[in-house]
Design a protein around this ligand. Sequence first.
Ligand code: SAM
Length: 222
Amino acid sequence: MIRETDEQYFARLLMIKKIHAMADEVGSYPISKVVLDVMARVPRHRFVPAEQMYSAYENYPLPIEHGQTISQPYIVALMTQLLAPDKQHKILEVGTGSGYQSAILAEMAASVYSVEIIASLADRAAKLLTELGYRNIYQKQGDGNEGWREHAPFDGIIVTAAAEHVPHMLLDQLKAGARMVIPVARTSHLQELRLITKNSDGTSRSAVILPVSFVPLTGGGK
Ligand code: SAM
């Protein structure tokens, strides 16, 4: 068990203040105390590469291996807030990356199913999440465009890489009334974070939340 330092603990509390301040600045989407409390507990510094340790609690995205990123804390908070996981929910995450978002969701949901396309990232996150004691996160290496059919339907789906369009297999695996949070590319430079809600007749409605910048969702037969 690696004990954290006081500096790491205080840096994490400062990160919560920065998320709060940014939420105020952005306006319309306040972040709940429940989400902030969870983010105040999860040791983000364990999810970043050693050379990024001192920046772990800054409010910006950081590089991880293979040209991928761990998302900005404010964006993690916002996506979690929009997804609104609760203790009965089974959540699908596409894009495990460092495993940080999986850990946040696992603190709030019954279970998290997370798919990562890059094998070494999937392996590293699996080891770390086990070491940190998470027992309700199930992971696999694969193409998240296909979802995880054996465990569908899901009470919520979060995609942490920018899609060209909303993958239809993910919509199929979402329960009626459930939410999907996904960044979707509008042009080669512009992406928007969308909140999609599935209607009981199988159709869906989509709200644009704000402009974002994510690494691309690969796979999908490309
Ligand atoms: N949620 C992550 C975290 O907390 O660190 C951030 C993930 S990073 C922004 C996006 C991740 O999506 C990358 O690790 C990338 O390899 C993965 N990815 C991209 N396309 C994918 C696909 N089709 N299926 C699964 N994972 C994918």
